[in-house]
Design a binder for this molecule. Structure first.
Ligand code: M6R
Length: 367
């Protein structure tokens, strides 16, 4: 059932190109480069009446929501808040009937997420569920359901479910922009065209993972590691950090690159590994200056950037991994892949049970 792979996690990482294709299939018109999402069950009038969006989820699904915020705010110009479900439900959030509440859950059974959904419905919000499981509790109780078509995810560490949630947010962002005319058609079409290339681009990353494996083996001896990035790179950094902690048990923290000097820089000493995401070309110069701050304190930096920027970054870092070039908003669907691979091989090198990390369960049905 592992189809020749040593672990479910590795199999699921390699299933991402298919998961992307399946999640886009039937929702993208490849000729007009437009998106249709009848499953939202929202008329144009209802969409126009949305004043704010709340994205509520736990763990990795919450990290997908952080990317979703940037996607929706950029494309639809509607303010978005993202919150972990266990906090959201206990603080009387300001939910009105003009709030669109998006709950994100791979399993559709996470107790805190389900409780947040019920809270939102109680206040009259329209609840949209982004979930991977048809007929799950979250799917049954939401007003509308957008399925990620990643297929069953067995490994405790979420990989293809996360990245398919990103695809769902891209589709949603484009659809909202089309409906509200908040962006030029040329803009939405260029996003859709770039989305269609993502499956092949992931395949190209997965073709040769030797450098990632070697790097993973080198960090396996460390106890602490940092991830840094700006914008959506920061959101992906948080996901990469969770993945690493979850299965390798290496302590790691993700920081917004510009925030380091406000305290965390004190922790950087000789030989500390730092993974720097720098895929946002518009922010590259700023990120490079943060990288230099780390380098000057002895940090060993592994950079991840767009292939076109590898040279520019190469001088500032110890090692660099290039991901295929795409639209700046879509980079998380590519940049997360090397981070998944690094976590996998670091866990393996430490002799851990990759698919069943200690203390964790696949579905968290207690609050
Ligand atoms: O099934 P859900 O998406 O609701 O699960 C939420 C989290 O428990 C889950 O993403 C968890 O953080 C993963 N084990 C991370 O890999």
């Amino acid at each position: 059932e592992k189809a020749g792979y040593d672990h479910f996690m590795l199999k699921e990482i390699y299933e991402q190109p298919k998961a992307y294709r399946d999640t886009m299939l039937g929702r993208i018109n490849t000729e007009s480069l437009t998106v249709s999402l009848p499953e939202l069950k929202l008329t144009k009038e209802k969409i126009a009446a949305i004043r704010k969006v709340h994205i509520v989820a736990c763990g990795t699904a919450y990290h997908a929501g952080l990317v979703g915020k940037t996607v929706i705010e950029t494309s639809a110009r509607i303010p978005v808040e993202v919150e972990v479900a266990s906090e959201y439900r206990y603080r009387s959030p300001l939910i009105t009937p003009e709030t669109l509440v998006i709950v994100v859950s791979q399993s559709g059974e996470t107790a805190d997420t389900l409780a947040a959904l019920r809270e939102a419905k109680k206040h009259g919000a329209h609840v949209l569920a982004i979930t991977n499981v048809v007929g799950s509790s979250v799917a049954r109780e939401a007003d509308s359901v957008m399925l990620t078509l990643a297929g069953p995810e067995i490994a405790v560490a979420s990989t293809k479910a996360y990245s398919s949630q990103l695809i769902a947010f891209f589709l949603l962002g484009v659809y909202l922009a089309e409906t509200l005319s908040t962006q030029e058609q040329a803009w939405t079409k260029s996003i859709v065209a770039a989305m269609l290339s993502l499956p092949e681009q992931v395949e190209s990353i997965l073709e040769n993972t030797d450098a990632l494996r070697t790097y993973a083996e080198s960090i396996a001896e460390h106890e602490h590691l940092f991830f840094i990035g700006r914008g959506v790179d920061y959101a992906v950094a948080q996901e990469g950090s969770l993945k690493l902690k979850e299965i390798s048990y290496i302590h790691s923290e993700a920081y917004a690159a510009g925030e380091l000097k406000h305290g965390t820089l004190a922790l950087i000493e000789d030989g500390i590994p730092v993974i720097a995401l720098a895929t946002q070309n518009a922010l590259l110069e700023k990120t490079v200056s943060n990288i230099k701050e780390v380098k000057a304190r002895g940090g060993e930096i592994f950079g991840i950037s767009d292939v076109n920027e590898v040279k520019a970054l190469g001088k500032a870092v110890d090692e660099v991994f290039g991901i295929p070039a795409t639209n700046a908003l879509l980079t998380p669907a590519l940049s997360v892949v090397p981070l998944q691979i690094i976590s996998y091989y670091a866990s393996l090198a430490r002799g851990n049970d990759v698919d069943k990390p200690r203390n964790l369960a696949k579905s968290v049905t207690v609050e």
